[in-house]
Design a protein around this ligand. Structure first.
Ligand SMILES: C[S@@+](CC[C@H](N)C(=O)[O-])C[C@H]1O[C@@H](n2cnc3c(N)ncnc32)[C@H](O)[C@@H]1O
Length: 286
């Protein structure tokens, strides 16, 4: 794995993720699953997708959260236990699992620490009823996604894949320069081959449809208002750093753009939309 993601960043984005995710596609997945589904979350991080999806599934369920970063998986257990207890749910830890006792059945989580960058098909898909992921598919290559599609015979939900429709408001003359650099940086190899970046939603839809899956997609944009200072600052700095990495000859213009954006932010006048799509692929027989 070549790219690290901090638990602080995942915590900062979680409230934006929660409102952006498509509830319609999540509900369709829940309907397609058996009575006590076993779900695998690829690149689960701190298990933000579990905290969104488990209540929508709303019955006994068992999750395998998979990530190369063992520290994030540890944080996933701690955060999810706190989240459940804050909702009045009892939490136990039998063996290596986390068990949340709900009125509609137990929600079990186990962690699998592994780097799946070389080949997703060696993951234990056969013992799961669905595979899900969030903020992962724009990092992987089309060849990796093709291997995933070939290996899967169960429903697949890919949330929050970037699609390039980012818009800073108000506009700045160098927004296009930043978008070009950011898009180029998105395609850097993140440990899976050349990343799909903003092409990921369309490519995924094509690959899964070609394998006979019924594919549905929905927008899941982040809407980041002027009051969301820390998130806006992270996005401005992140876009500028990515653009400077991709376009070293434009470093001075990019730095000026960053300063102009941070100045607007400080005056409470900057807003941002980040374009994402969620995708649900159901095998033909479901
Ligand atoms: C952008 S984060 C998303 C985390 C989480 N799904 C969420 O929505 O908050 C991408 C996650 O993929 C994991 N990851 C990246 N490359 C990986 C690899 N080759 N093998 C396993 N996990 C990987 C990272 O450790 C990180 O937790």
């Amino acid at each position: 794995m070549s790219e690290g993601f901090s638990a602080d960043w995942l915590a900062l984005r979680e409230p934006f993720d929660r409102v952006a995710r498509s509830r319609r596609l999540a509900a369709r997945l829940a309907e397609a699953l058996p009575a006590r589904p076993r779900i695998m979350d690829l690149g689960a991080g701190t298990a933000s997708l579990f905290r969104f999806l488990a209540p929508i599934i709303g019955r006994a369920q068992a999750w395998t959260i998979v990530d190369a970063d063992e520290a994030l998986l540890g944080r996933a257990f701690a955060r999810t236990a706190d989240w459940a207890e804050a909702r009045g749910l009892r939490v136990t830890t039998p063996g290596r699992a986390l068990l949340i006792h709900t009125p509609s059945g137990a929600w079990r989580i186990e962690a699998l620490a592994t780097d799946f960058g070389d080949d997703p098909s060696r993951l234990p898909f056969a013992t799961h009823d669905a595979v899900v992921c969030s903020a992962l598919m724009d990092l992987v290559s089309a060849a990796w996604a093709e291997r995933l599609a070939a290996a899967l015979h169960v429903p697949f939900l890919a949330c929050l894949t970037v699609d390039g429709r980012d818009r800073f408001r108000p506009a700045h003359p160098d927004d296009r320069l930043i978008a070009r650099g950011f898009a180029r940086d998105m395609r850097r190899d993140k440990g899976f081959g050349r990343a799909m970046g903003a092409d990921a939603p369309a490519t995924l839809a094509r690959l899964f449809a070609a394998r006979g899956f019924r594919v549905a997609t929905a927008p899941s944009d982040w809407i980041i208002p002027p009051i969301a200072g820390p998130m806006l600052e992270a996005m401005v700095r992140g876009h500028a750093a990515a653009a400077a990495n991709a376009l070293p000859a434009a470093t001075a213009r990019i730095a000026a753009w960053e300063q102009a954006r941070l100045a607007l932010l400080a005056r409470g006048r900057l807003a941002l939309t980040i374009g994402h799509r969620d995708l649900l692929a159901l095998p033909a027989e479901t």
